[in-house]
Design a protein around this ligand. Structure first.
Ligand code: KG4
Ligand code: ZN
Length: 335
């Protein structure tokens, strides 16, 4: 039987990415980052769409070349349908639709957050079903119970800011450029995680709230800077380590609760914040202590990437879940 080749495109926010997957194995995963947003302290939607338009052809070309794949070998074209910035999604969706029409090959629409979870199925060492996944990105924080590749249930989520936002907004208060999450991670390595204490919001069930963390950091810094205007500079590493510790503690507490509630002890993390070394270490240590089997995607599959879109599309292809050419991207979408 012919092996299935899928070309996938991801353009939901500020990364333009294309990947080729052969029978569930990722052959290439090309990602173009957009540095244009740095000086604005956040993603500017209009600039993101324009950069996607410039990047998409070279990025798709590069992914095909690296995979040694010709367009005529492609069996289906996949794209991120939602959620995301509507202008950014439109670029990927229109490109994928045009390609699907020109090649006469089916189109597959993928939910970005399902794809983050299924990034855990890319490596050879992968979780058996059912498993739990803590998905932590710039826009979402969710606990997901995965019963099969296409049966994923959100059993907890943030009622306000996402974990990535808590990292980025705290970083901004510390004077760090956007996106600040990776920089907090970097400086935290030299700091004391218990140096300062920030508010840990108490939210029922498996839900999260992170807007209080940002506020707690803001008031703390305002007080200390009033006494010593150089307070942040002098304590940057300890501040980063303490902010990171607070966020990771909140996440790990809910993950432990989710394992207790479901009885499922295969535990994964996914999304941009799963690149955080504090969270990765905490998951590993907790896993060892409590006898969980833990899984973390390789770095390139944690932040936004088309590899995760390709693997999700592969399972949709096997299930015959194709999209019509008049399907629209959606900025927000339920599962
Ligand atoms: O999944 P992602 O690439 O995009 C969304 O779908 O939102 O996640 C981006 C988020 C940003 O908030 C970024 O600061 C955060 O992931 N992030 C990190 C790290 N790497 C990326 N946060 C903390 N530590 C990191 N190493
Ligand atoms: Zn994402």
């Amino acid at each position: 039987m012919k092996q299935v080749t899928i070309l996938a495109i991801e353009s939901s926010c500020d990364e333009t990415s294309a990947a080729v997957c052969l029978e569930g194995k990722i052959l290439s995963n090309f990602i173009a980052n957009q540095s244009v947003h740095e000086k604005y302290g956040g993603v500017v939607p209009e600039l993101a769409s324009r950069a996607h338009m410039q990047n998409i052809v070279p990025v798709v070309d590069a992914a095909l070349k690296e995979a040694k794949c010709r367009l005529q070998d492609v069996d289906a074209v996949a794209f991120t349908q939602s959620p995301g910035l509507i202008g950014s999604l439109l670029v990927g969706a229109q490109f994928a639709k045009s390609l699907s029409l020109a090649l006469g090959k089916p189109l597959i629409a993928v939910h970005h957050m399902q794809a983050h979870v299924l990034a855990n199925l890319i490596d050879d060492r992968r979780p058996a079903f059912p498993f739990l996944c803590l998905t932590v990105s710039g826009g979402h924080t969710q606990v997901v119970l995965a019963e099969s590749p296409l049966s994923l249930k959100v059993i907890g989520e943030s009622i306000d800011d996402a974990a990535g936002e808590a990292f980025d907004k705290s970083a901004k208060l510390l004077g760090l450029p956007y996106p600040g999450g990776p920089l907090i991670d970097k400086y935290a390595k030299q700091g004391n995680p218990l140096a300062f204490k920030f508010a840990e919001p108490q939210i029922p069930e498996l839900n999260f709230s992170f807007s209080g963390v940002k506020t707690s950091v803001l008031y703390f810094l305002q007080d200390r800077q009033r006494e010593d205007p150089q307070f942040i500079e002098k304590n940057l590493a300890d501040l980063c380590a303490s902010v990171q510790h607070t966020i990771v503690q909140v996440l790990m507490k809910k993950l432990k609760k989710a394992v207790k509630q479901t009885g499922v002890n295969r535990v994964c993390i996914a999304g941009g914040v799963s690149a955080n070394s504090g969270l990765r270490n905490a998951l590993q240590q907790t896993g060892e202590q409590l006898g969980w089997q833990t899984f973390i995607p390789a770095f390139q599959y944690c932040t936004d990437n088309a590899g995760m879109i390709a693997i999700t599309a592969y399972y949709k292809y096997l299930a015959g879940e194709f999209a019509a050419l008049d399907i629209s991207p959606a900025a927000r979408a339920e599962w």
